[in-house]
Write a protein that binds this ligand. Structure first.
Ligand code: C2E
Ligand code: CA
Ligand code: CA
Length: 292
């Protein structure tokens, strides 16, 4: 039966993920990759029907100057009953190839808005895939979801990677302009990794640049070895664009980035991604609510 094959594939996949690959040595590498991808695809479809396997974590973002928390970024996780915790780098690309990113992306946006409504934060950041941005109906869907959730669109920031713009510049620019007309802010994610970064700044009005983790990671204690970060910050200041540095893991990095003029900092040093319940507790600590 098809179902049996499917279950077999899952078992195989789990075995391999767990690193116990010896039983399956006969499967050649290419066949294996295709199989894994198909398992993910089938299971993604099933998960979207089941509806209870995805969850959002929220990583806090801090003001570099005041060290106050000013926002969160929503990061999706998939808890599959047999595969366990699947990370977005594994399933988002498959969701994009199969078009499943559309329903998943809508769920993510709706969930994030519903959660963040409870929190007194300036900014809720939600990642958007290039595939979503390309869709002519994208803006209408976003507006509808945000309206239905009752979340203030001026507190919403959509994170888009530069490579999103490569296939359909005209279309993307129109979509971004429409979103901004509704008060939604736009951030360019993973900034500096694309090959025509500086051109995009002229083409699109964006509100924020997020300096890619790879640049932050390259900051070392000995002296200033980060001319690229300085250049990005200067460019952003001149264009009145905010700058966030992500992937901040050490105090050296934190100090350098603050000194270099970054507006916001994000990274494991400051906060790991947390559950919505953990963020709730931060704003409404147990025992403090009844006293007022
Ligand atoms: P991203 O948008 O660049 O998200 C930041 C990633 O860096 C997250 O990984 C986060 O957990 C991780 N991170 C944060 N601080 C640090 C740090 O100090 N050090 C290190 N090494 N890593 C740090 P995550 O959650 O695995 O997400 C990976 C990517 O998957 C994201 O990269 C984003 O491109 C994509 N993604 C995640 N959630 C969504 C989503 O809801 N929708 C879409 N379309 N893509 C998503
Ligand atoms: Ca992001
Ligand atoms: Ca990023």
């Amino acid at each position: 039966r098809v179902e049996l094959t499917r279950k077999g594939d899952i078992a195989l996949y789990s075995a391999k993920t767990a690193g116990r690959g010896r039983f399956v040595m006969f499967v050649d590498a290419m066949d294996d990759t295709i199989r894994r991808r198909r398992v993910i695809e089938d299971e993604l479809r099933a998960a979207l029907v089941a509806g209870d396997q995805f969850e959002l974590l929220y990583q806090r973002v801090f003001s570099a100057q005041s060290r106050q928390m000013c926002g969160v970024e929503a990061l999706v996780r998939w808890r599959h009953p047999a595969l366990g915790l699947v990370m977005p780098d594994t399933f988002i690309p498959v969701a994009e190839e199969t078009g499943l990113i559309e329903p998943l992306g809508e769920w993510i946006l709706a969930r994030a808005c519903a959660d963040a409504r409870r929190w007194p934060i300036e900014t809720l950041a939600v990642n958007i895939s290039a595939v979503q941005l390309r869709n002519p109906r994208f803006v209408d869907r976003v507006i509808r979801i945000v309206e239905e959730s009752g979340f203030d669109p001026r507190r919403l920031e959509l994170e888009i990677t530069e490579t999103s713009f490569l296939d359909n510049v005209q279309h993307c620019a129109a979509n971004l302009a429409a979103l901004r007309a509704h008060g939604i802010r736009i951030a360019l994610d993973d900034f500096g990794t694309g090959y025509s970064s500086f051109n995009h700044l002229k083409l699109f009005d964006v509100d924020r640049l997020k300096i890619d983790r790879s640049f932050v990671n390259a900051i070392r204690a000995e002296g200033d070895k980060s001319p690229i970060i300085r250049a990005i910050v200067e460019l952003a200041k001149a264009s009145l664009i905010q700058v966030t540095a992500e992937g901040v893991e050490t105090q050296e990095q934190e100090q350098f980035l603050t000194g270099a003029g970054c507006d916001m900092l994000q990274g494991y040093l400051l906060s790991r991604p947390l559950s919505a319940a953990a963020i709730d507790v931060m704003f409404h600590p147990v025992g403090h609510m009844d006293r007022h």
